[in-house]
Write a protein that binds this ligand. Structure first.
Ligand SMILES: Nc1ncnc2c1ncn2[C@@H]1O[C@H](COP(=O)(O)OP(=O)(O)O)[C@@H](O)[C@H]1O
Ligand SMILES: [Mg+2]
Length: 168
């Protein structure tokens, strides 16, 4: 089953002398369960691509469908809800909420969607990521690697169709 389809994706920043074609006619598709790494030198457009796939940025032209849903024919509000329910995004700089504990950060996407976290799911994620004994800590009390694992947990809790990780 095709979970992601990208067709002729283009993203251009700026105009005139500062115009940059960050993405130029990018096309590919991904089956359910597939794992893909995007490799390229700094400035080659990896974050731009991931931001478009994660519906955090809007491409200049082209098509993205996730589980046959066209991302950019949706209204912005609809897209926000679609993103929350279907896409897990792991940011390079983690973007954890500094006032919330490890556990609260992980369940945050469910609370935003008025859903109640299932305690067995929370325990499984904490255990899987080796964070059980840090569940009540704040992000500032964690190492970089631990913070990254919290960000991974937050991307997993909604059981998204697509997980995107911007690591560089
Ligand atoms: N907000 C922006 N405004 C203008 N140019 C940008 C912006 N973001 C990225 N770019 C340009 O787009 C290109 C791709 O950037 P990016 O996707 O961040 O690359 P990567 O993640 O592969 O290092 C770079 O050359 C960068 O200068
Ligand atoms: Mg990048």
């Amino acid at each position: 089953m095709e979970i992601l389809k990208v067709q002729k994706l283009c993203k251009t920043y700026g105009t005139g002398a500062v115009k940059v074609d960050a993405l130029k006619d990018v096309s590919f598709s991904l089956e359910k369960g597939e794992f893909v790494a995007v490799v390229g030198e700094s400035g080659s457009g990896k974050s731009t691509l991931l931001n478009c796939l994660g519906a955090l940025d809007v491409p200049t032209s082209g098509l993205i469908t996730i589980d046959r849903n066209n991302l950019f024919t949706m209204k912005e509000e609809e897209r926000t809800i679609f993103r929350r329910r279907n896409i897990g995004f792991i940011f390079q700089s983690f973007q954890l909420v500094s006032e919330l504990t490890v556990e609260q950060n992980i369940v945050f996407p469910l609370l935003l969607d008025y859903r109640k976290p299932k305690s067995s799911d929370v325990e499984e994620i904490l255990e899987l990521l080796g964070l059980t004994d840090r569940r009540n800590h704040l992000p500032s009390q964690l190492s970089g690697g631990q913070q990254q694992r919290v960000a991974i947990g937050r991307a997993l809790i909604t059981k998204p169709k697509l997980i995107l990780a911007d690591v560089n």
